[in-house]
Design a protein around this ligand. Structure first.
Ligand code: GYE
Length: 333
């Protein structure tokens, strides 16, 4: 009996050692891993290590509001530190904001340029400081060697689509006006160019004035057109939905009815969809502002010295009144 007891005890102890031993093995493993502090200096950056500067050009439109929100929300979700500012549509404010970011030593600058020209000096400063710049949304005329990439819409293509729609709306030809975006901006320059490239020969552009992409400035421009060309205007190409909202206010005040002047607008915002539902706008060329995820993904790649696409164009469509009511509730901007 005594012998059996000793045997049981020995077997029991052996089992206990085996269990403890097994448990101890993996516990020992982390000791072999390098503690975080000893991570190599060239370790890959993660989103949480990233500081991205976004010197936003302004808050002139619903497109812009959605664009700012997309950048901010994406940064928050990913844990990116976003240095955001609002230049109130002034290039000098954007340049000062960029200089402050260069001074601060951010990892990447993503720049939505208010106009195309005048960026060479500050882009050179960023390059000299080894801070990669992604041009976002509108384009710049600077030498491409001064920035890493461009992410945004093909503004010329948007203008072409708008021209095609105007041709369909005025098959017999006619006279139209153009409410253009901010003078010298890539969006306005590209849309005007593409539009003229596709517009039918029997459609005459009576006049073109800027409404600076805002509702407030779009309204008086249309008011002036309606006075100057009373009864003559068959159509209007309006470079964004916010100016279309202003233009429609002017048309209502002048006693016009939906459809009296055929309107092709750009952006595809909720405001534009409402104008289609109400019969004022006949086609709305989409321009997608939700660029946050693409910008952050590229910023991380650049911060890690990885190669990126030089030109990333947003895929876009054209919206029409017949789908507007159905799609409006799901519009994100
Ligand atoms: O169409 C307009 C905004 O640059 C694409 O800017 C952007 C344009 C957009 O103010 O609504």
């Amino acid at each position: 009996m005594k012998f059996l007891k000793v045997l049981y005890l020995l077997v029991g102890l052996a089992i206990i050692f085996a269990i403890v031993g097994c448990g101890a093995a993996p516990a020992a493993a982390p000791a072999e891993e390098k503690p975080a502090a000893e991570a190599p200096a060239n370790a890959k950056k993660e989103y949480k290590d990233l500081t991205v500067c976004y010197p936003q050009l302004g808050a002139e439109s619903d497109w812009r509001t959605a664009n700012s929100a997309s950048l901010k929300e994406t940064a928050k979700e990913l844990g990116v530190n976003l240095v955001f500012s609002d230049a109130q549509q002034k290039q000098e404010n954007q340049i000062s904001a960029m200089r402050a970011c260069i001074q601060q030593g951010v990892d990447v600058i993503a720049l939505p340029p208010v106009v195309e020209d005048g960026w060479d000096a500050v882009l050179t400063e960023a390059k000299d400081a080894n801070i990669p710049v992604i041009i976002v949304d509108r384009s710049v005329s600077a030498d491409p060697s001064l920035y890493a990439a461009h992410i945004g819409s093909d503004m010329v293509l948007e203008g072409k689509k708008a021209g095609e729609e105007m041709n369909k709306l005025l098959p017999e030809g006619g006279k139209i006006v153009e409410l253009s975006g901010t003078t010298g901006s890539g969006a306005a320059v590209g849309r005007a160019k593409g539009f003229r490239e596709t517009l039918a020969k029997n459609i005459e552009i009576l006049d073109s004035q800027t409404g600076n992409f805002t509702t407030a400035e779009g309204k008086p421009v249309m008011e002036a057109f309606l006075k100057k060309y009373a009864g003559e205007i068959d159509g209007a190409f309006i470079h964004n939905d916010n100016m279309a909202i202003g233009a429609v206010e002017a048309m209502k005040a002048a006693g016009l009815k939906p459809g009296d002047i055929k309107i092709v607008s750009v952006d595809g915002t909720r405001g534009g969809f409402q104008l289609m539902i109400d019969g004022w706008v006949q086609a709305d060329v989409e321009c997608n502002p939700l660029l946050g995820p693409q910008v952050m993904e590229m910023a991380l790649a650049l911060a890690n010295g990885e190669p990126v696409e030089r030109e990333t164009l947003t895929k876009e469509t054209v919206y029409f009144p017949d789908q507007a009511a159905e799609l409006l509730p799901s519009r994100q901007y």
